[in-house]
Design a protein around this ligand. Structure first.
Ligand code: FAD
Length: 402
């Protein structure tokens, strides 16, 4: 019999296994994939944005914000840095507080976590999918694809349904429900968005540094970064960042309008002045060719069509035309109606209701000896290392209290 069985060798499961075994616990770590840390390998485009140096509370979301506050209290970036140093992984800080492994390889994170588990005597079994959990006389029996295992305590570190191609499943939620936990409904976040526009093929492939504003319901949210127009809708870092807020709005509205500033580095006045100065009085150049001096050709077609401008040549372009063009460039309205779903999502919102979890230990308030860590809980974070930050903290907390 094991002291602890941890279900899921992802971010939080690996850390809780190490911390618990360092404290003398006999730990069994069960993973349904053929290898540990499959999702971790894909993080940060293979570089693993392992944490953020500034994990302020407003970067995390839950129906129960006080859980976030209490669970993160007492831990900070230094705690995480120390932990990774203790397994031999050095970290490097980048822009916006983002932190990466010094090797810039997610595989280093996975390999050093796995190596430390082995050093500490954690028994890791891959290709084992846990199907049911039973509790009798304070002992947990786990039924899985290779038989049964028993333990005094169980950690559900199964993640959530995001990225099913990397192992995202609903299993943890199912186990939680079986033990009487309330579940907060999920939706994909950090995800690409779909659009009902008919002209998408015209702009598919265009990538621009933009500022995206969502001005609907209770929100005015702005995110700046790459925007990539695609055949299904829109993607890019600024879109992933704003997707959580858009998805919330799509619960109440069939479509949402994004206001995209296609030239955020210039003010309205600066762009208008630049355009006005560039108009040459005798030029016969067609408007769409003239505009190529400022903007991507594919976007020009859509903008000019949308403005219904007459067929103009450069010498005919007046102040009114320029004002209209600048308005359209600085506030390009793009309708969205959904997301690419969990296959494209980095994270699932929702999960096990944290009102029923002890934020200091991650233990269930309903079943003694049952713990939940990471994405299976109703906590998600912004892009930038916040989701892994939460997973590491949960893993440490559970590991320390097991
Ligand atoms: C493409 C992508 C990129 C990302 N990049 C970043 C990033 O750079 N920075 C960041 O902070 N976050 C990132 N994230 C989010 C981050 O990876 C997750 O939030 C984090 O891995 C969650 O950790 P976890 O421990 O809860 O679960 P996971 O790491 O998802 O691990 C859960 C494990 O449990 C296993 N499992 C599930 N059910 C069972 C079962 N029944 N039996 C046995 N095993 C089971 C799964 O196979 C999986 O290995 C990214 C996500 C994706 C999809």
């Amino acid at each position: 019999m094991f002291d602890v069985i941890i279900i899921g060798a992802g971010a939080s499961g690996l850390v809780s296994a190490i911390v618990a075994s360092r404290r003398g616990k006999k730990v069994l770590l069960l993973e349904k994939n053929a290898k540990v840390g499959k999702k971790l390998l894909a993080t940060g485009n293979g570089r693993c944005n392992i944490a953020n140096q500034k994990p302020t509370l407003n970067r995390f979301y839950s129906q129960n914000p006080s859980f976030i506050e209490q669970s993160l209290e007492g831990y900070n970036f230094q705690t995480i840095k120390q932990f990774f140093k203790s397994i031999g992984l050095e970290l490097i800080e980048a822009k916006e507080g983002k932190v990466f492994p010094l090797s810039l390889q997610a595989s280093s994170v996975v390999e050093l976590l796995e190596y430390e588990c082995e050093q500490q005597g954690v028994e890791i079994r891959c290709n084992v999918e846990v199907q049911q959990i039973y509790k009798e006389n304070n002992v947990y029996t786990l039924q899985h694809t290779q038989g049964k295992s028993i333990s005094a305590k169980v950690v559900i570190a199964t993640g959530h349904v995001s990225a099913p191609q990397l192992g995202g499943v609903i299993d943890g939620i199912r186990f939680a429900e079986r033990f009487g936990h309330r579940i907060i409904k999920d939706f994909p976040t950090l995800v690409q968005l779909t659009s009902p526009r008919k002209d998408l093929n015209q702009i598919a492939g265009v990538k621009v540094e933009s500022k995206v504003t969502l001005n609907q319901g209770k929100y005015t949210i702005q995110k700046q970064g790459d925007v990539l127009f695609t055949a299904y809708g829109i993607s890019g870092l600024a879109i992933l960042d704003i997707s959580r807020f858009v998805m919330e709005q799509l619960f109440h509205n069939p479509t949402v309008i994004l206001h995209i500033d296609l030239m955020p580095k210039m003010s309205h006045e600066q762009l208008a002045s630049l355009m006005k100065k560039s108009v040459r009085k005798k030029s016969q150049k067609p408007l769409d060719v003239w505009l190529q001096g400022f903007l991507n050709k594919k976007l020009i077609e859509i903008i000019v069509e949308g403005l219904k401008l007459p067929t103009l040549i450069e010498s005919q372009i007046g102040v009114k035309h320029i004002e209209k063009l600048v308005d359209a460039i600085k506030d390009f309205k793009f309708e969205v109606n959904g997301s690419r779903g969990y296959k494209g999502a980095e994270v699932a919102t929702g999960g096990v209701d944290t009102k029923e979890i002890n934020p200091l230990t991650m233990e269930s308030g309903k079943q003694k000896g049952l713990y939940f860590t990471g994405e299976v809980l109703d906590v998600d974070g912004d892009r930038g290392g916040f989701n892994l930050y939460f997973a590491w903290v949960c893993g440490m907390r559970a590991g320390e209290h097991l």
